[in-house]
Design a protein around this ligand. Structure first.
Ligand code: GTB
Length: 217
């Protein structure tokens, strides 16, 4: 059965991998599944046809046969559980890798998203300059804890897993802020993720859609 995912017709970040389809593309590449991409405008994302796939009118979605999924965590977990390559065979190690996926999405990513909101949506509010350092410090707290746990290891828990895929994807969003560079061991961890051939293929595929000046029409 063929797989179809959705992505931005034109990502607002110009292809700097901040949009979440990249994590799904990366997981697909890691498990060796070919896929097609349906590109959507912001208008199309809010139309009934897409809302039937994604109740919140967002990207990415995943379709395969009769299965429709939204939420990158659910999509990556589905791929990881159904093909070798992203989860260890041993049951406890498998559950720990899944715990790292949740940690990336539920514990590390929220303050990172807060920073984006504080800068982009709230940057012109009178209290923004007071709030920004508070949000940055909440991120630093998580990065300090994560760096302590990584403790010079290559990956979070043994071999590369879906937990690392999700954590690296989340941390990548921090690079433009300069916060990631404050933690050389985490910057190196992210670089290891980016060096994986599967990641490079995923990046190239989304870059081919988004890079360059806006397309006419
Ligand atoms: N929890 C969901 C998941 O993990 O799948 C969140 C999905 C989500 O936030 N999708 C975003 C979206 O569709 C795109 S990725 N937004 C449009 C909307 O809500 O109307 C988030 C994103 C988008 C763009 C940038 N950027 O360009 O900098 C960064 C991140």
């Amino acid at each position: 059965m063929s797989i179809v995912i959705t992505a931005f017709e034109r990502s607002p970040d110009g292809g700097q991998v901040l949009a979440r389809d990249t994590r799904v593309r990366w997981a697909l590449e890691e498990v060796g599944r070919p896929y097609a991409v349906r590109l959507l405008s912001f208008t199309a994302m809010k139309q009934p046809a897409h809302l039937r796939l994604h109740p919140f009118g967002q990207i990415p979605t995943f379709e395969e046969g009769g299965l429709v999924l939204f939420e990158t965590g659910a999509i990556v977990l589905h791929l990881a559980q159904n093909r070798p390559g992203l989860l260890p065979d041993e049951a406890n190690a498998r559950d720990r890798a899944i715990a790292w996926m949740f940690a990336a999405l539920n514990t590390v990513e929220p303050p990172i998203l807060d920073l984006a909101v504080a800068k982009i949506q709230e940057g012109d509010r009178p209290w923004a300059q007071e709030r920004l350092p508070l949000v940055a410090d909440r991120i630093r707290q998580r990065l300090t804890q994560l760096a302590e746990r990584l403790d010079g290891e290559e990956w979070l828990d043994g071999g590369f897993s879906a937990g690392d895929l999700m954590m690296v994807s989340v941390l990548l969003r921090l690079r433009p802020s300069g916060l990631l560079a404050e933690y050389p061991s985490l910057a190196a961890y992210v670089a290891r993720g980016e060096a994986r051939p599967a990641y490079r293929r995923a990046f190239a595929a989304q870059w081919a859609v988004n890079a360059g000046p806006p397309k006419a029409g």
